[in-house]
Design a protein around this ligand. Structure first.
Ligand code: SF4
Ligand code: FES
Length: 248
């Protein structure tokens, strides 16, 4: 775990510059909201959205909770790429655009492949609907090695470090063209089978299909965008191996 140093000086820092931000607002007649936002060195995309709500438009909608990359609710498309708004520093985007000679306006859109609610807010049902049943909710990383844990905790364990942000679903080119399970859900199946091989007969048939493990075209976009290193594509390949082995 990294040590985070809180330096109160960053809150007193004056705004360094103004950044232009375009926010998709598909349910509005204008379709886009355009704002000029003062930013500091540490300003993130979620800070920008909060500034817009406080100073320009309190009706702007987006999802967020933790503000530090652990709840998975703030996923969106930032300058064309799927990312978490709370861990994306706005000046990194501006500096990159300017270095490449592009327009430095930051463009924000809602995650595709989710159920759109309004502005940048989406309902993540398409992410959750295919998760294996009875696979629990706690992350493995929350275990303290060597410590004693109550036996019933097993029931709440979930795979690796998935924060259920849905970026893998939004980035997957296959989901855009045909019915395909969420990469995170397929990774959860593989993880569940590693932990509980006695569930093989129950779980494997649920992913042995073209909308399951065999639907993957190996674009690897899910692994590229995943902010917590789950590497869903690796888990899908491992699921395919398990299916082949079970077939004999
Ligand atoms: S596998 Fe990664 S990208 Fe997909 S929902 Fe989990 S954390 Fe997000
Ligand atoms: S607000 Fe929790 S991950 Fe961004």
């Amino acid at each position: 775990m990294s040590n985070i140093v809180y330096d109160p000086a960053i809150f007193r820092e004056p705004a360094l510059r103004t950044v232009f931000v375009r926010v998709a607002r598909p349910q509005h007649r204008e379709k886009w909201g355009e704002y000029e936002v003062p930013v500091k060195s540490h300003t993130t995309v979620i800070d920008v959205l909060e500034w817009i709500r406080a100073h320009c438009d309190p009706t702007l909608l987006y999802r967020h909770s933790c503000h530090h990359g652990s709840c998975g609710t703030c996923g969106m498309v930032i300058n064309g790429d799927q990312a978490l708004a709370c861990t994306t520093r706005i000046l990194d985007l501006v500096d990159r655009a300017e270095a490449e000679g592009r327009d430095a306006t930051v463009e924000l859109r809602p995650l595709p492949a989710m159920n759109h609610i309004a502005d940048l807010a989406v309902d993540p049902t398409p992410l959750y609907r295919d998760f294996p049943t009875a696979a629990g909710y706690l992350r493995e990383s929350e275990y303290n090695k060597g410590s004693e844990t109550p036996p019933e905790i097993e029931r709440y364990e979930r795979f690796e470090n998935c924060i259920e942000c849905g970026l893998c679903v939004a980035a997957c080119p296959v989901i855009r063209i045909r019915d395909f399970m969420a990469p995170a859900a397929l990774a959860a199946y593989n993880r569940e089978l590693d932990k509980n091989p006695e569930r093989l007969e129950e779980l494997l048939p649920r992913v042995d299909s073209d909308r399951g493990a065999w639907g993957c075209d190996r674009h690897l976009e899910c692994s590229r965008v995943c902010p917590t290193g789950v590497y869903p594509a690796k888990h899908i390949a491992m699921l395919q191996k398990k299916i082949k082995k079970a077939r004999g």
